[in-house]
Design a protein around this ligand. Structure first.
Ligand SMILES: *Cc1c(COP(=O)(O)O)cnc(C)c1O
Length: 405
């Protein structure tokens, strides 16, 4: 059997064509951004920390003695706050004792859920492009990754219903859905969610949802958890995290909620990944979830303004832009700038730091190597707008230099 790390390396582009390992495209782009002092719109983490009052609560918790292992499921006040958040925002009823689990970020919740529920011989369906850790966890589980493309249309990147029907079958064990979606910024529509729910019920698959951008939606769009659709609560694990919602990505406090039997399975794995963690952050996040609504709304509104700034700048520079309904990201078609020496988004992204002093990442980095979606999205790149306005303005000015005369 191939060792699992090789499968993970293969699934995430860490394996070069000659079989050697190489850095991820994200590391490569960040290194190029540093070398050319480029505005780094490649890596998607905020350049401003979350609200001071929340950070102060963590400091108080350390002083107050929250420094030893918290309970494996997470402290009860945080599980209660998560259950209350799901109830007040979405009408989802959860028992904090048995149906909520605190994890080391959404990343651990994803890993533990996939490892718990899928294995060799199973298929796990995701959208494509996909967040790299989804592919990595499927490979770790030894399961097979099957994808459904999100295709660029005048109305954003949309799910292809035919492709969904073709992808889901008797071997489908899990359907892993990410909405709002990284990297495309798509907020799945009611109809798209309905099709996914229908497909899951038909083959009796469990659905795992990655909803870390649940509050970061724009233009009056709102996020609907799949767990709220008819027949879905009993088969859905819902994952989110404090990282994106409160600009505290380094705290790594995430959570997964769903039926007690599924949570029990996830705990069996999570217990031996980290057991527990983030003792002083847990009480701070509990308060943030309960009392931080104004801060979340402010972040959402400021992100919408920053999105508009970047979208306008990219258009002026000559890109075809897909306006995202949520997340930290905007995708742009770089076709007008491609040449025989720079034939695709990957080559464009590698050249851009030197050419214009801006860094981005190619969408092909979020696709299975050599897939039809990778080919279709070859000219596309992703920029983040979760940077301060001055950085975005600098990036936009620099991109003007690209304008074809
Ligand atoms: C950032 C991100 C995560 C990771 O969340 P953490 O809480 O930092 O582990 C998971 N899924 C998606 C789609 C993300 O963009």
């Amino acid at each position: 059997m191939t060792s699992r790390w090789r499968a993970v390396a293969q699934a995430t582009g860490l394996t070069a064509p000659d079989g050697s390992t190489r850095p991820t495209i994200f590391a490569e782009m960040s290194a190029l951004a540093a070398r050319y002092e480029a505005a780094n719109l490649g890596q998607g983490f905020p350049d401003a920390d979350g609200p001071e009052w929340i950070r102060e609560l963590a400091v108080e918790a350390i002083r107050g003695g929250a420094n030893q292992y918290p309970p494996g499921r997470g402290i009860l006040p945080l599980r209660t706050a998560i259950a209350e958040h799901q109830r007040s925002r979405y009408g989802i009823d959860l028992d904090p004792e048995t149906e909520v689990l605190v994890t080391a970020g959404a990343t651990e919740a994803l890993a533990a859920s996939i490892l718990a529920l899928a294995g060799p011989g199973d298929e796990v369906v995701t959208l494509e492009p996909f967040y790299d850790s989804h592919a990595a966890c499927i490979a770790m589980a030894g399961a097979e990754h099957v994808t459904v493309p999100l295709a660029p249309t005048a109305d954003g990147f949309r799910l292809d219903p035919e492709a969904l029907r073709a992808a889901v079958g008797p071997r489908t064990r899990l359907i892993l859905v990410n909405t709002p979606h990284n990297p495309t910024g798509t907020v799945l529509s009611a109809e798209e969610l309905r099709l996914i729910a229908e497909a899951a019920v038909e083959v009796d698959a469990v659905v795992v949802t990655d909803e870390v951008y649940e509050h970061l939606t724009f233009d009056g769009l709102s996020h609907t958890p799949l767990a709220t659709l008819p027949g879905m609560a009993e088969r859905t694990l819902t994952i989110s995290s404090a990282g994106k919602t409160f600009s505290l990505t380094g705290w790594k406090i995430g959570w997964v909620s769903g039926p007690a039997a599924l949570i029990e399975a996830v705990i069996a794995i999570k217990q031996f990944l980290t057991y527990s963690g983030g003792a002083p952050f847990q009480p701070a996040v509990a308060r943030a979830l309960t009392e931080g609504r104004a801060d979340v709304d402010e972040l959402r509104d400021s992100l919408a303004r920053r999105r508009d700034l970047l979208v306008a700048g990219l258009r002026e520079a000559g890109f075809e832009v897909n306006v995202p309904g949520g997340t930290y990201f905007v995708c742009a078609d770089a076709t007008p700038f491609l040449t025989s020496e720079m034939p695709d988004g990957a080559a464009f992204a590698r050249a851009l730091p030197e050419l214009a002093g801006v860094a981005c990442v190619p969408l092909s980095a979020f696709c299975a190597e050599g897939s039809a979606t990778a080919r279709a999205l070859a000219p596309w790149v992703r920029f983040t707008f979760v940077k301060d306005e001055a950085t975005l303005r600098t990036a936009v000015e620099r991109l003007h230099a690209l304008r074809t005369s």
